[in-house]
Design a protein around this ligand. Sequence first.
Ligand code: PGA
Length: 251
Amino acid sequence: MRRLLFAANWKMHLGPDEARAYLKTFRATYHRREDRDVWFFPPAVSLEAAAQAVRERTDLVVGVQDIHWEPKGAFTGAISAPLAAQAGAKAALVGHSERRHVFGETDEDTRRKVAAVLATPLQPVLCVGETLPEREAGHTLAVVHRQLAGALGRLDAAKLAHVTIAYEPVWAIGTGRNATPRDAGVVHREIRTWLAGRGAAPTAARVLYGGSVNAKNIAELLAEPQLDGVLVGGASLDPAAWAQLVQTAAA
Ligand code: PGA
């Protein structure tokens, strides 16, 4: 049976005090379920506060939204995977659509970042997904292949098994417009085929869907057996509502 992953990407919201208050409410509202994991990606300044707030709940994990590929050095404003680990992170997003499209991150950047994360105990979550013009031109699968090959193409099967992949179509992020479960399923199958072609078991890596996931559409999305979970932005910002969603989805 798949073990579902519910990942909350707070983006540029919730400073340390707010993170503590959020997680207090979440802990009080969400009761551990053995069939799911819950990961939180706070902004870097709130990592330590968030990690402290969940330290007695092994079912709750905190991760970092982005890292630099070097472990340390003269990179003003950047943080590395080892530094995030010191602050309590156990996972790291790589190549989120906003990193790619707002900050100009390239496939080569994502390759270096995944390698940097894999050199630490952190678990990488690689985000992939096409823009609307790419989808309309029929290039969705080609774009996803390019992003997978760019970031993961040099990894062996053992390393690939440590990577979580989030398919997040750019046109669905923060827009209120989600992919249909069927559309997501098609891309997820393609991702698993790509992994199998690299010698990894198709189910070795968890494959998540993200893009305007909320309490209204979560049930039909998780009814698609290709989805191992979700990566959620906007609908994860209210702790009680997010706790309710995680507690009851696919119950
Ligand atoms: P959204 O964001 O749920 O607000 O669309 C998802 C994401 O960017 O990971």
